[in-house]
Design a protein around this ligand. Structure first.
Ligand SMILES: C[S@@+](CC[C@H](N)C(=O)[O-])C[C@H]1O[C@@H](n2cnc3c(N)ncnc32)[C@H](O)[C@@H]1O
Length: 370
């Protein structure tokens, strides 16, 4: 394809669809100015030239078709596309997608040679999918969580930054205990919490429980990858956390029990990414959002050893009711309500009482994981 045609086709894929494009060679052989003509805003048939697409070529390269689109240019076009599709962090996401396609860390984008035609095709396709509100993490194939990168995709819940607080709290608790600790992560999903505990607290037995047949392969894949990277292996258990006999063999022996259950009340309208791409059973916790939390609290009372600790994430409308459920159970003390970094009620913690503490149920509030 001739250069002008190739560039025109790139520009079309960059969605400046109402424009007519032309390629002007500049006096510098390596820099071409792509000019597009937009209808004037007065609605008349006149056109105005807009020079906003600079393309760098590499004439020293022996093969045809070596023109590359500078990352800053492609990212700017993608940012506009994503922003007009309602993506909140359009610029940051455009940069992440560009870095992904170019196989670079995001911080090195400015130093990249630029997109080849093939790479630009892939980038445009990803921008289209993100504009249709596919989660960024599905497009990248990974989600960051604390010090880890976890494989994610259809069928598994994308771990959220706010859950890092609950995981951090659990890791802190585990660190304070003497050796031989057992940590259980209920509703494990991709394994974000369990694998972070194993990574940050070596020497601890970690058990991850998940029920979903769609999520389990992701959990097993992440667990295998972390073990191969040198972390202590995590035990994956396929089970329903609402089962009254859950993890029977660990009754009274768990030191730290963490859980990020499905907790959104059924009728709440969630963002498109969540509605169409997070599994419903990972998000919604029955009519009031507490359908999994109630049995988990009940079972935690049996699984934890006296003095063992529980941390459970919840909806931001449940900052009062979850501590109340813990208090009403009668087997927990030091019940504490935690806010996330945005100040929203996010998780509750409690200590399994040691007999004499039964019935002590004052709730205190903390912000973050401290
Ligand atoms: C909100 S996601 C949390 C995933 C992961 N812990 C995280 O923080 O990213 C809830 C997870 O619980 C699982 N789940 C829902 N109900 C369950 C049940 N009754 N038993 C076991 N797992 C369940 C879902 O499949 C989903 O993976």
């Amino acid at each position: 394809m001739a250069s002008a045609d190739r560039l025109a086709s790139w520009s079309a894929r960059a969605r400046v669809s109402t424009s007519t494009w032309s390629l002007t060679r500049s006096s510098q052989p390596t820099r071409n100015l792509l000019t597009h003509r937009r209808p004037c805003t007065d609605g008349a048939t006149r056109f105005a030239d807009v020079h906003d697409y600079v393309v760098t070529g590499f004439p020293e390269h022996p093969t045809e078709g070596t023109e590359r689109v500078r990352p800053s240019v492609a990212v700017a076009a993608a940012t506009r596309t994503l922003a007009s599709a309602g993506v909140a962090s359009a610029r940051a996401e455009a940069e992440q997608l560009a870095a992904h396609v170019l196989g670079l860390p995001r911080g090195r984008l400015a130093l990249a040679d630029g997109f080849t035609a093939d790479q630009l095709d892939r980038f445009d396709a990803l921008v289209d999918r993100r504009s249709a509100r596919e989660p960024l993490q599905h497009l990248l194939g990974v989600a960051p969580f604390r010090y880890l990168e976890l494989a994610v995709g259809p069928g598994v819940f994308v771990p959220r930054p706010e859950t890092e607080l609950l995981a951090g709290w659990g890791i802190e608790q585990g660190r304070r205990l003497p050796g031989g600790r057992t940590v259980v992560d209920l509703c494990s999903g991709s394994g974000a919490i369990a694998l972070s505990v194993a990574h940050e607290l070596p020497g601890v037995r970690v058990v991850a429980v998940e029920r979903s047949p769609a999520a389990l392969p992701w959990l097993r894949r992440n667990a295998a990858a972390r073990a191969a990277a040198g972390d202590p292996p995590v035990e994956v258990v396929e089970a329903d956390v609402t089962d009254p006999g859950l993890l029977d063999g660990l009754t009274g022996r768990v030191d730290v029990l963490l859980c990020n259950p499905p907790y959104v009340p059924q009728r709440v309208v969630v963002p498109e990414e969540v509605a169409h791409h997070d599994p419903g059973e990972a998000v919604f916790g029955g009519p009031d959002g507490l359908a999994v939390i109630r049995p988990v609290i009940h079972r935690a009372g049996a699984l934890l050893r006296p003095g063992g600790v529980l941390g459970i994430e919840h909806d931001d409308t449940h900052g009062v009711v979850v501590p109340e459920l813990l208090a009403a159970d009668g087997r927990f003390t030091q019940i504490t309500a935690h806010r996330d970094l945005a100040g929203r009620p996010r998780f509750a913690t409690a200590v399994r009482s040691v007999g004499a503490d039964h019935g002590v149920a004052a709730v205190t509030w903390q912000t973050g994981s401290s």
